[in-house]
Design a binder for this molecule. Structure first.
Ligand code: NAD
Length: 506
């Protein structure tokens, strides 16, 4: 029996507890929020929300459609008029009150993230802190939407720019960070003076609804933030209605590259502003001079957080051939020591994958890669004893770019280790992907670090560290990983238009 199997507890045993906690949850809202009112869908349908750890149904939400989208957009249009006219200081204070409520509800919010998303509570708490930090940051940035005065081109004329809110924003978010992917969009949009209609992922609507309930409690005007829930089949109708509506001036989307491309094409009809945070395929490069203890810590932090279901997960580990065995020897016991289990189980370090299909997909990628020559040093198996959505944390050696496991974003707890012989080969392998979100570099040479950072075709580089997500920095990708940035002062600009004013007759 493998270490992962021995370490694991049966997650299904937590099902009754998960359902009980959901029913008693102080922030549970099982209706959509449209124009400040909690509503059922006009069509009357409902969507079950499932705890992925136990597969227990824990709640349900309305299956909204085009009617709710239209009403929410109308309310947003109305709300944005008053909101944009408020002093930036007033908008900042309202956001600050929302932040204070998020901080005061840290534990119940974390529990909701775990119940519907599956991640261990400790990770969910970290997500609440991370997600709330965007609200705090943009409460501050709300007052800094500066325009500029440009040296003039003619006597008697002055040239200046104003920064104005883009208008009504549609936001579509994924399930892997049900809280932070919402606040990372909604906070800067509201700070800029926009209103938002949010469609959360079908798997994780409860956290989004709880966030909206706290926004109302904080005194944000009704209609400023609507939450329209639906299931996967309804996503096309809701997403399509948002893309097609000419009153919506901007779409901000986080999710897969395939869906992002579809939405981008659909938004062409109304020429919307777009921010797209799409899939990644991050290389993690360990050069021959790297501090291997540090590199191993970086791999564990980057690869196995959220069971490998993050867009900035180290997807391919590239290690100098002379250091591979050493690195593998450091990593294998740490990977084996990870403990899959239900997110509510305090002993669990690894939650489930989001669905059975996701677990089966990861299993298939590993099986086909092993058949072609990769060797599992840890894991390499499903964990039916823990639950049907669990896959063992896995370390594969002998990986090559030709293997299925290195053919794109894995979105699971599998670390494939491949080797290179020199720096040029490492950088070539790292860049040999259509994605360009994040990269990690481990080296003790300043020269190598700079050279790699500048040569990597990505939006974000972490040097000697396995993490890079923070509210103070611009997060985003190049190539097919997307358009635009979230976080930092750049995150506010995504929701502002530049208006140029020429003042004559002076
Ligand atoms: P997904 O693309 O399947 O779904 C994302 C959202 O799009 C969900 O709300 C879903 O309901 C919605 N959607 C699906 N089809 C739609 C349609 N036809 N019209 C409108 N909306 C539609 O992605 P996912 O599985 O939820 O999330 C995982 C993906 O997200 C990964 O590729 C990951 O890398 C990416 N991601 C990127 C970032 C980033 O910042 N770049 C962050 C987190 C996740």
């Amino acid at each position: 029996m493998s270490a992962a199997r021995e370490a694991a507890g049966a997650a299904g045993a937590w099902g009754a507890e998960a359902a009980r906690r959901a029913r008693a949850h102080p922030l549970l809202r099982e209706r959509a929020l449209v124009g400040g009112a909690w509503v059922e869908a006009a069509g009357g349908g409902r969507v079950e929300v499932v705890d992925p750890g136990s597969e227990e149904v824990i709640a349900s939400v309305p299956r909204c459609g085009a009617a709710e989208v239209s009403a929410a957009v109308g309310a947003a249009e109305e709300a944005t008029r008053g909101w944009r006219a408020r002093l930036p200081r007033e908008r900042a204070r309202a956001l600050r009150r929302w932040f204070d409520l998020l901080a005061a509800h840290r534990e119940p919010l974390a529990e909701l993230v775990t119940l519907e998303g599956g991640k261990p509570l400790a990770e969910a708490r970290a997500e609440v802190d991370y997600g709330a930090s965007f609200v705090e940051w943009y409460a501050e940035e709300a007052r800094r939407a500066y325009g500029e005065v440009i040296p003039t081109y003619g006597h008697g004329r002055r040239v200046l720019t104003l920064r104005e809110p883009v208008g009504v924003v549609a936001a579509i978010t994924p399930w892997n960070f049900p809280l932070a992917m919402v606040t990372r969009k909604v906070a800067p949009a509201l700070a800029a003076g926009c209103a938002v209609v949010l469609k959360p992922a079908e798997a994780t609507p409860l956290t989004a609804l709880a966030l909206a309930a706290l926004a109302l409690e904080a005194g944000l005007p009704p209609g400023l933030l609507s939450v329209v829930t639906t299931d996967r089949a309804g996503a096309d109708e809701v997403g399509g209605a948002l893309c097609d509506d000419e009153r919506v001036r901007k779409l901000t989307f986080t999710g897969s590259t395939a869906v992002g491309k579809r939405l981008m094409a659909r938004c062409a009809g109304t020429v919307k502003r777009l921010s797209l945070e799409l899939g990644g395929d991050a290389p993690l490069i360990v050069f021959e001079d790297a501090d291997l203890e540090l590199a191993a810590r970086g791999v564990m932090a980057s690869k196995f957080r959220n069971s490998g279901q993050t867009c900035v997960c180290a997807n391919r580990l590239l290690v100098h051939a002379d250091r591979r065995d050493e690195l593998a020897a450091l990593l294998a016991p740490q990977v084996r020591a990870l403990r899959p289990g239900h997110g509510l189980d305090p002993a669990a370090t690894q939650g489930p994958l989001i669905s059975r299909a996701a677990a089966a997909r990861v299993g298939d990628l590993v099986a086909r890669s092993v058949a072609l020559g990769a060797t599992p040093l840890a894991g390499g198996e499903a964990l039916p004893g823990v639950g049907p959505r669990f896959y063992a944390p896995t370390l594969l050696t002998g990986a090559t770019p030709a293997l299925p496991i290195c053919g794109g974003e894995v979105f699971g707890p599998v670390a494939p280790l491949m080797t290179f012989r020199d720096d040029d080969e490492a950088l070539r392998l790292a860049n040999a992907t259509r994605a360009g979100l994040a990269a990690y570099v481990f080296t003790t040479s300043e020269r190598r670090a700079w050279r790699a950072a500048e040569a990597l075709e990505v939006g974000m580089v972490a040097l000697n560290d396995g993490g890079l997500s923070t509210e103070v920095a611009p997060f985003g990708g190049v190539k097919e990983s997307g358009l635009g940035r979230e976080g930092g002062r750049q995150g506010l600009e995504e929701f502002l238009e530049v208006k140029y004013m020429m003042v004559g007759g002076l």
